[in-house]
Design a protein around this ligand. Structure first.
Ligand SMILES: [Mg+2]
Length: 233
């Protein structure tokens, strides 16, 4: 029987404006500073991100750190950015957070049924704080784990143990690697929230796993199916 749920944030409960608001604005301005295309900048950030993520380094999700690394590698001082940063743009555009699948209703129902709800995100607190507050989801959680709190990513057992032992725990999320592959290897029940977009395969490839070999225990396509599913587990 499952009694504790580790639930992912981005693309599971919300669409984070980091993707929809921040990246387009930041890429357009920074690519001009660097004299490269927006696609090239996006590709560069992606490759720095994956390099750090596959090493389990929490700086993989510190987008401002990665951006400064790219500038440094291009021989450009970070002062050119002035106050332009992922963090500042996210704060500016945080009201663009979109809540998915009636998430507050689903979380309330799970809470009423006695599950311990743990928000488990690879996003750093400096980025996720406004998203959690803007979405109104924060009060539903008994605890929140971010890499900067736990000192590791969701690839590490220690991340989950930040909220105690893993007995009767399930991981719920859209990322095949971080929400399914690793939690499953730690003995947790895994529930994939299958979204139309696929974010797992590039992480799987980065750590040398065939994404087709990753098998979640259960799959839902809408959060509203979760309470009923959990009753049966
Ligand atoms: Mg996610």
């Amino acid at each position: 029987m499952v009694s504790k749920l580790y639930i992912d944030l981005d693309s599971t409960l919300v669409i984070n404006p980091l993707e929809t608001y921040v990246r387009p604005r930041l890429y357009s301005r920074v690519s001009r500073l660097l004299g490269i295309s927006e696609e090239e900048l996006s590709r560069l950030l992606g490759s720095y991100h994956l390099k750090f993520a596959s090493a389990g380094d929490i700086r993989s999700y510190d987008w401002d750190y990665l951006l400064e690394e790219i500038l440094r590698d291009h021989g450009i001082d970070k002062s050119v950015l002035d106050d332009l940063s992922f963090e500042n743009l996210l704060r500016e555009g945080c009201s663009n957070t979109v809540v998915l699948d009636d998430a507050p209703m689903v979380l309330q129902r799970l809470k009423d049924r006695g599950y311990r709800l743990v928000l488990a995100t690879n996003g750093l607190w400096k980025y996720q704080e406004c998203v959690l507050k803007e979405s109104g989801l924060l009060p539903y959680f008994h605890s929140v784990i971010t890499p900067d709190k736990a000192g590791c990513l969701k690839s590490s057992r220690r991340f989950y143990e930040y909220d105690g032992d893993l007995n009767d725990s399930a991981s719920v999320g859209d990322n095949l690697v971080f929400d399914i592959y690793y939690p499953k290897s730690y003995g947790m029940v895994t529930i994939l929230v299958k979204r139309p977009w696929n974010v797992g395969s590039r992480y799987a490839e980065a750590i040398g796993i065939n994404p087709n070999d990753i098998r979640p225990d259960y799959v839902v396509t809408d959060l509203r199916s979760l309470p009923e599913l959990l009753e049966k587990i």
